[in-house]
Design a protein around this ligand. Structure first.
Ligand code: ME8
Length: 525
C-alpha cells in the first residue's frame, strides 16, 4: 500500500498561569480546522497541542495560589484539555512539559548541542521580563509611564516589566547562525507567513544576533541541565522542544519522528514569532536536525475595540461564547470575520450579524427550503433529475470546483478566503433557487422541479462536506439529512462520481442554524 501523505500541525503550548481564553481557543481552532481539512483530504495527520508548565512565570503563579508548582500545573493543565472537549478540537496528542518524555527530549537536545560546541558557560548580566520569559537589550527598553513604582521603572517593547538579572548562565551560539538563518529564509520563502511577519523577522536577524542565555540558576522550576545541577534550562528552549518530544525525539530513526518531522506548520500568535522563526530553527540547525516547514503568525483579538487584559477584566471566555451563540457559529465567526493573520475585533454585533446573516439566512435557509420541498413534494426521497439545462450545469460545476479553490486557500492558512469561496456557492444556489422557483414548477412541470431540487441537493452536499472542518456538528447534521453515509463524507467523495442516488429516502428536515434571538439581538442587527 502506498504511504499516505502526512501532515503535522502544532499549536503553541500554553502557559498554565492563566485559564484558557479566546486567544488560546483561536490558535487551536485554526489548527483544528486545518487538521480536519487535511484528514478529509486523505492525509495522515498529527495534530499536537499542550501546556508549557515550567519557568518563572508559572512558578510565581503557583506560589501566589499557595500551591506547589507540580500540583498547580496538574490542575491548570486540565483546563486546556477540557477546552478541546468544549470546542470539539481533534488533537491527536497533548504534551505537557513536565512529562518524563519531554524532559528526556530536552536533555537529549541539550547534550547534542553541547557536544557540537553550540553551548558554552558564561555569565548573564542583563534585563529579563518574566511575563514574556524573554531577555531584552537595554536599547529596547523604555521608561514605565508611572515612574519607578515598585519595579525597575523600565518596560520591554511588549509593555512587560523587566528586572535586572546577573547570574552564571550557559549561552547558545546564536550569533553564529545569522547567515545560515538568512539563507534559510531566502531558500524557503514560505517559511514565515504572512509576508509582513517574514519581513520583520528578516530585518531583526539582519540587525545582528547575540548569543542567547539558555539556562538559569536563580530558581529551580525547570528541566535540569545535564551534568550541571545548579542550572535549569531556559523555558523557551524547553518549550520549543515539545514539537519534537511529541514525535518521539531523541529516537529519530523510524517511528513518528521519521514519519512526521519536519512539522508542516507551527501555528503561533504574532507575539511569539521570533522564538519560533529565529531561535527554534537555529537550535535545530545547530543540532543538525531539520527546521519546520512553516511558521504562521496570526493576529490578536480585541474585545469591543479594547485590548484584552486581565486588569481590564474583559477577557473573553470561549466556553461562555459557545454557550451563548453555539459552537459552530463561534467557530465560523472566528475564522470568517477577520483575514487570518490580521488583528480582529470581537463584538456582539458582528457575531450576531454573521450568525443571523451568513448562517441562518444564507446557508441555513438554503438547506431548509430545499430539504422541506423535497420532503413535501418528492415523497421524502432524493428526486430523479431529467436533462440538465445550462444553469443546472453551471451550479453543479461551481460546487464541483469548490474543493480546488478551498484547498488552495487552506494551504495558505487563508481560512477567511476558503469560507468566502464556499459562500460564492451558497449565494449562487440561493440565486438559482429564486430564479428557478421550483415551487411554481410543481403543478405544470414536475420533472423540471425534480431536476432543480436534485441540483440543489447536490450543491448542498458539496457545501456540507467541505464545511465539515469549520462547522463539524452542523455540517454533519446536514449530511445526515441528505442520508450521506459516514464513509462517504470525505473529499474523495466530492464530484459527480458519488452523487446522491435518486430514490434514497431522506429523514424529515430540521433547521440547522437557528437565528440568534436573545433579548439583545435587535441591538446587534
Ligand atoms: O506564549 N488574540 O503561551 P501563552 C489572539 N507558552 N491570540 C492571543 C491573544 C489574543 N488576544 N492573547 C494571547 C506562550 N494569544 C508560550 C508558547 S510555544 C513553544 C510556547 C495567543 O499561553 C498568543 O499569541 O502566553 C500565543 O500564540 C498563544 O495565545 C499562547 O500564549
Amino acid at each position: 500500500m502506498p504511504v499516505r501523505k502526512r501532515f503535522y500541525v502544532t499549536t503553541p503550548i500554553y502557559y498554565v498561569n492563566d485559564v484558557p481564553h479566546i486567544g488560546h481557543a483561536y490558535t487551536t481552532l485554526a489548527c483544528d480546522v486545518l487538521a480536519r481539512f487535511k484528514r478529509l483530504d486523505g492525509y495522515d495527520v498529527k495534530f499536537l497541542t499542550g501546556t508549557d508548565e515550567h519557568g518563572q512565570k508559572v512558578e510565581k503563579s503557583a506560589r501566589q495560589s499557595g500551591m506547589e508548582p507540580g500540583a498547580f500545573t496538574d490542575r491548570m493543565s486540565q483546563n486546556f484539555r477540557d477546552l478541546s472537549g468544549s470546542m470539539q478540537f481533534t488533537n491527536d496528542d497533548f504534551v505537557r512539559t513536565t512529562e518524563e518524555r519531554h524532559i528526556r527530549a530536552c536533555q537529549a537536545l541539550w547534550t547534542r548541542l553541547k557536544e557540537r560546541d553550540q553551548i558554552y558557560l558564561g555569565t548573564y548580566a542583563g534585563w529579563y521580563a518574566v511575563r514574556d520569559e524573554a531577555f531584552y537589550a537595554e536599547s529596547e527598553l523604555t521608561d514605565a509611564p508611572g515612574g519607578k513604582g515598585e519595579g525597575t521603572g523600565k518596560i520591554a517593547p511588549t509593555g512587560a516589566e523587566v528586572e535586572w538579572v546577573e547570574e552564571p548562565s550557559y549561552f547558545f551560539r546564536l550569533s553564529a547562525w545569522q547567515e545560515p538563518l538568512l539563507r534559510f529564509y531566502e531558500d524557503n520563502p514560505g517559511f514565515i507567513l504572512p509576508r509582513t511577519r517574514r519581513n520583520e523577522v528578516i530585518a531583526f536577524v539582519k540587525g545582528g544576533l547575540r548569543d542567547l542565555s539558555v539556562s538559569r540558576t536563580s530558581f529551580t522550576w525547570g528541566v535540569p541541565v545535564p551534568g550541571d545541577a545548579d542550572h535549569i534550562m531556559y523555558v523557551w528552549l524547553d518549550a520549543l522542544t515539545n514539537y519534537i518530544t511529541a514525535v518521539g525525539y531523541p529516537q529519530t530513526e523510524g517511528g513518528e519522528y521519521a514519519a512526521y518531522w519536519p512539522a508542516d506548520l507551527h501555528m503561533v500568535g504574532k507575539d511569539i514569532v521570533r522564538f519560533h522563526a529565529v531561535f527554534w530553527p537555529a537550535f535545530l540547525m545547530a543540532a543538525d536536525l531539520e527546521p519546520p516547514k512553516r511558521v504562521f503568525a496570526h493576529g490578536w483579538w480585541t474585545n469591543e475595540g479594547q485590548k484584552i487584559s486581565k486588569s481590564l477584566g474583559n477577557i473573553i471566555d470561549p466556553v461562555a461564547l459557545v454557550e451563548r451563540y453555539g459552537l459552530d457559529p463561534v467557530r465560523y465567526f472566528l475564522l470568517r470575520e477577520v483575514p487570518f493573520g490580521s488583528d480582529g475585533d470581537f463584538s456582539h454585533r458582528a457575531m450576531v450579524g454573521r450568525l443571523n446573516g451568513d448562517l441562518a439566512n444564507d446557508l441555513g435557509n438554503l438547506a431548509q427550503r430545499v430539504l422541506s420541498m423535497v420532503n413535501r413534494n418528492c415523497g421524502g426521497a432524493v428526486p430523479a433529475p431529467g436533462a440538465l439545462a445550462g444553469e443546472d450545469e453551471a451550479l453543479l460545476a461551481a460546487a464541483h470546483g469548490l474543493l480546488a479553490g478551498m484547498r488552495a486557500s487552506v494551504d495558505q492558512q487563508a481560512f477567511h478566503e476558503a469560507l468566502e469561496t464556499m459562500w460564492t456557492v451558497v449565494r449562487a444556489a440561493n440565486g438559482y433557487i429564486d430564479r428557478q422557483a421550483p415551487w411554481t414548477l410543481r403543478k405544470n412541470e414536475p420533472e423540471r422541479m425534480n431536476t432543480v431540487l436534485y441540483v440543489l441537493t447536490e450543491a448542498i452536499r458539496h457545501l456540507a462536506v467541505l464545511g465539515q472542518p469549520f462547522m463539524p456538528g452542523s455540517c454533519g447534521r446536514m449530511l445526515d439529512q441528505l442520508a450521506v453515509p459516514e464513509d462517504a463524507r470525505t473529499f474523495a467523495c466530492l464530484g459527480p462520481g458519488h452523487a446522491l442516488k435518486p430514490g434514497t429516502a431522506l429523514p424529515k428536515p430540521e433547521g440547522i442554524f437557528p437565528r440568534y434571538a436573545g433579548a439583545d439581538a435587535e441591538a446587534a442587527s
